[in-house]
Design a binder for this molecule. Structure first.
Ligand SMILES: Nc1ncnc2c1ncn2[C@@H]1O[C@H](COP(=O)(O)OP(=O)(O)OP(=O)(O)O)[C@@H](O)[C@H]1O
Ligand SMILES: [Zn+2]
Length: 467
């Protein structure tokens, strides 16, 4: 009976009394097994509740800092033997500043956003123009006229919401360069003018940041990394003296095959990824030169640091305190922001014509002279003339004017007495130079049109495309 009384200590259904290993020597159940089973039960229950809570919170056992979304999104990088986990973690905690959201900056920003750079800075003071869209693939038709930096932010955010994007809607200038560049691990120079290139390079030297620099004009591209490693040169080491302004080709004058900056910008993103992740050989002391028409890439060896370099040499003159005072415009002889050329004032305004007045004179001359056409001399390059020109205009590019004066003489010999000699160019600078030449050749009634074809399109005939 004693035995039967003690059976109540056993956990019902779990163990047959006879088989209970914790019976005492009299064969009675001690209840120890009951307490053991109960303890296991509570421990397991507690464990399951805790695991459920853990699963809800999204934690799981792993030896890295990436969250579930990052692991899924960057899985193809993570699986790549030559890249992998540590490289992606470094990338995700890196910060990159892109100066210029144009032809180079567009693909660079998209790839860096897509691959998970932790913080991406987008800097540009300009707004999107329709002529940008054939190569600046970060922008859209809808965003023409809006800020390039904001347009870039929208595209990058739409692509990857896991990264941070900082927008700098202003031009990089000497007084803000150090504080802005100081916020990032590295810089991509995607700008298009000499003063900005010198400024970015100097600021990167002073703040100790690597600089991924590229250029693309026409069908050619270049790429290198400055200020990298022990003895990597800076931009000034290679180009201590700025090029003459007339030797700097600009896309807005020389044109550019859209995909060329696309390729160079993507390569800039690649160098940035290599620097941030610590993988691969960075393009240090080497320049990659791309010729799109022949489809050839060539690598040129570059020099090491120059001992006498004003920025990174043995006795630099540029420093935290002197850089903000440095006059990059005076040094390069160019405007810090790439825009239309500064309007020249070679001829007094009173001796020039506004497009509307020129139109009235032309209409009147046509009426008066009947069959004889008024004379309009268009001094733009041939391609611009082919794209569109004024009715009756004769094309003699400014570079050919001196040699082709006999043609001008012939042209003028047929005009009626009242026909004016009007000279037009793209924006009103070359036409003033042409008028000076014509006047020296004896054609003193030559007169140019203020603002050229660009202003003509705005004031007289909006159906004309602006180049
Ligand atoms: N100092 C600067 N700070 C910030 N952005 C700059 C600076 N200088 C140039 N940029 C930007 O760099 C970009 C360069 O782009 P890109 O070379 O494709 O030429 P673009 O000026 O957009 O077009 P186009 O030359 O055809 O008129 C431009 O958006 C320009 O505004
Ligand atoms: Zn240097």
């Amino acid at each position: 009976m004693r035995t039967t009384d003690k059976r109540k200590n056993c956990v019902p259904g779990l163990l047959h009394y006879e088989a209970c290993p914790t019976r005492d020597f009299t064969g009675d159940c001690t209840g120890a097994y009951k307490w053991l089973i109960t303890a296991i039960y509570f421990w397991r229950t507690n464990f399951f509740v805790k695991s459920k809570q853990a699963a809800k919170a999204g934690t799981y056992a792993a030896e890295h800092s990436l969250n579930k979304h990052q692991v899924e999104r960057y899985s193809r990088h993570l699986l790549l033997n030559s890249f992998g986990l540590t490289a992606q973690e470094k990338l995700c905690s890196s910060s990159v500043l892109i100066v210029g959201c144009g032809g180079l900056g567009s693909p660079a920003a998209l790839y860096l956003a897509a691959c998970g750079v932790g913080t991406l800075g987008l800097m540009d003071h300009d707004s999107v123009d329709a002529s940008n869209l054939h190569r600046q693939v970060i922008h859209t038709e809808e965003r023409v006229g809006t800020s390039k930096a904001q347009s870039g932010r929208k595209a990058c955010e739409a692509l990857n919401s896991l990264i941070k994007i900082r927008v700098h809607e202003e031009a990089l200038s000497a007084n803000i360069a150090l504080s802005i560049i100081g916020q990032y691990d590295m810089v991509l120079d995607c700008s298009d003018n000499a003063p900005t290139r010198y400024l970015i390079s100097d600021a990167c030297v002073v703040t100790g940041k690597p600089l991924v620099s590229a250029a693309a004009v026409g069908t050619d591209g270049q790429l290198t990394v400055y200020n990298y490693g022990e003895d990597g040169p800076c931009y000034r080491c290679l180009f201590p003296k700025p090029p003459a302004p007339e030797n700097c080709s600009r896309c807005s004058d020389a044109g550019v095959l859209g995909v060329v900056p696309g390729i160079m910008g993507a390569l800039q993103a690649l160098e940035a990824i290599k620097i941030a992740s610590g993988k691969g050989d960075v393009l240090n002391k080497r320049m990659l030169v791309f010729d799109a028409l022949s489809g050839k890439f060539m690598t040129v060896k570059l020099r090491s640091k120059r001992a006498g370099c004003a920025a990174c040499g043995e006795h630099p003159t540029l420093s935290m305190s002197s850089l903000p005072e440095f006059d990059y415009k005076a040094f390069t002889g160019q405007e810090a922001q790439d825009g239309p050329p500064v309007p020249l004032q070679l001829i007094p305004s009173s001796e020039r014509l506004l497009p509307r007045d020129a139109k009235t004179i032309l209409d009147q001359a046509l009426k008066d002279s009947g069959a004889i056409e008024p004379i309009v001399l268009d001094v733009r390059p041939r391609i611009q003339y082919q794209l569109m020109h004024l009715p009756h205009a004769v094309n003699i590019p400014i570079e050919e004017l001196e040699n082709r004066m006999p043609e001008v003489k012939e042209l003028l010999s047929n005009r009626s007495g009242s026909s004016p000699l009007l000279v037009i160019c793209r924006r009103g600078n070359a036409s003033q130079l042409a008028v000076q030449q014509l006047r020296m050749a004896g054609y003193i009634d030559a007169v140019d049109i203020i603002g050229g074809m660009t202003q003509w399109s705005r004031d007289v005939d909006s159906s004309m495309p602006i180049l």
